[in-house]
Design a binder for this molecule. Structure first.
Ligand code: COA
Length: 254
């Protein structure tokens, strides 16, 4: 079974993260599949809406750390950053269904989805600092805009997870349902969207994004440079080593 499932029904393309034994952690190859799927969906008249989902107990644990070390993302051409760019510039509506942990890019990618349904077990975390890294996906711009500077600092400096209800309160997600209903709720929204006039939808989404488009892309570019730099420093090396050795990292020297 593939790690990324693509399922088209009517004009809805559903993308499912499907690597449950690794908590749906995303690899270089999975990002390439995602980029291609989004590019094709963008070009295809048969796709009007995209739905992104994981499983009832896990959305995604973010980047697969072992794979990340094998393929360090060093510039904008890295598949992880190409995926974020493809998602952030995707012109058609994107609906996400998120249950369980959504870690790192699992949370930052949601800033680029248009409607997000969360299971009441959803836990969002952006623990980049805990990994010796910096935010990606324009989360350093969009998160404080969305939830305010101080709450963004809890998420990005402390790396504390926030749960579904807190995410709803700050507008990070649109609604919270029991996990078994999350995918159905996302599909229900996608069905409503696919029945609407496409050009009006696309133009409205473009307008909604127009004010932040350039700032978002500039933020992503700056984040990539810093992220790549921090990937080569001691703190991230220690964090990744500690993860693989299943121990707490020791940042006392960094
Ligand atoms: N990369 C690689 N492997 C990962 C992973 C990741 N991001 N996240 C989880 N896994 C692996 C674990 O190492 C474990 O492997 P094992 O069975 O060989 O021990 C397996 O997936 C199950 O994970 P586990 O931690 O036991 O599940 P959990 O339900 O207790 O916790 C998470 C789930 C997502 C909260 C936790 O796995 C986690 O925090 N993962 C790291 C997330 C992270 O730091 N991502 C950012 C990367 S930039």
């Amino acid at each position: 079974m593939s790690d990324i499932l693509l399922h088209q029904e009517s004009a809805r393309l559903t993308i499912t993260f499907n690597r449950p034994d690794r908590k749906n952690a995303l690899t270089h190859d999975m990002y390439l599949v995602l980029v291609r799927a989004l590019d094709e969906a963008c070009a295809s008249e048969d796709v009007r809406v995209v739905v992104i989902q994981g499983h009832e107990h896990i959305f995604t644990a973010g980047n697969d750390i072992e794979d990340f070390l094998a393929h360090p993302p060093l510039d904008e051409e890295a598949p992880v950053f190409r995926f974020l760019t493809a998602l952030s510039t995707f012109p058609k509506p994107v609906v996400a269904s998120v249950c369980g942990p959504a870690v790192g890019i699992g949370a930052s990618m949601l800033l680029h989805c248009d409607l997000v349904v969360a299971g009441d077990n959803a836990a969002f975390s952006l623990p980049f600092v805990n990994l010796g890294l910096s935010p990606e996906g324009a989360s350093s711009l969009l998160l404080p805009q969305l939830m305010g500077y101080h709450r963004a600092c809890e998420a990005l400096l402390l790396g504390d997870p926030f749960m579904a209800e807190a995410a709803l309160e700050v507008g990070f997600v649109n609604k919270v349902v029991v996990p078994s209903q999350a995918n159905d709720a996302a599909q229900a929204w996608a069905k409503r969207l696919e029945a609407k006039p496409m050009n009006a939808l696309i133009q409205t989404k473009a307008l909604l994004k127009s004010k932040q488009g350039e700032a978002c892309s500039a933020s992503m570019k700056a984040e990539v440079v810093l992220f790549a730099q921090l990937m080569s420093e001691g703190a991230s090396k220690e964090a990744f080593k500690a993860f693989l050795e299943k121990r707490k990292p020791d940042f006392s020297k960094f």
